[in-house]
Design a protein around this ligand. Sequence first.
Ligand code: UP5
Ligand code: MG
Length: 192
Amino acid sequence: TLPPKKKIYFVLGGPGSGKGTQCAKLVTEFHLCHLSAGDLLRKEMQSGSPNGQMIDRMIRNGEIVPGHITIELLKNAMEEQSETRGFLIDGFPRKLDQAGAFEKLVGDFEFILFLDCPQEEMERRLLKRGESSGRSDDNLESIRKRFTTFIETTMPVVEYYRSREKLVQVDASRSVEEVYKDIRSYFIESKS
Ligand code: UP5
Ligand code: MG
């Protein structure tokens, strides 16, 4: 069972909007535990899991892996971190039903941080990273599929939580430091 009363924050944004980069900065300042759903899926794929081939194919195609798989990985990772004061969950939930299933499992959360960034900027960043990342989805074909999935399937999650006033939005097109300056203010507010 999950330890109670740890704060949970979600971080959403398109591919290359800077979720991982900003989470790393939040970890340093606020001592939260950063869990990237994409990283957990990539690790699961490399571990030789029976789901590995399916995860590999879906990531290359920019498709969303069935929620029960991702939720199980997140749940296990959270249970391993009994000491942390809270969790930053990066890149999840990507689909409305996943949001509901996860909320049922862990209860309430603080807010969703939404990194808003124009597609051209995200594409520039990802193509640059693709020169050295080795990520199977950092090529133009996969990147475009990831954008489509983001707009069609993940933006409804963003809009749903905006309507419930659980969304905090920042302009993520600026420099890493400028974006972080805005983000940290929300976490300072949330500490008290
Ligand atoms: N960079 C970052 N910030 C910058 C800034 N302000 N100015 C200039 N450059 C900036 O950053 C991307 C690149 O941009 C880096 O080179 C960085 O230096 C630079 P990063 O912080 O890595 O951005 P991030 O938003 O984390 O990009 P990422 O590629 O990780 O986003 P995705 O959402 O595409 O990837 P994720 O790993 O979350 O998911 C991958 C796939 O896994 C999904 O497509 C899906 O197939 C699957 N998945 C699921 O099925 N379910 C899930 O719940 C999660 C993932
Ligand atoms: Mg990332």
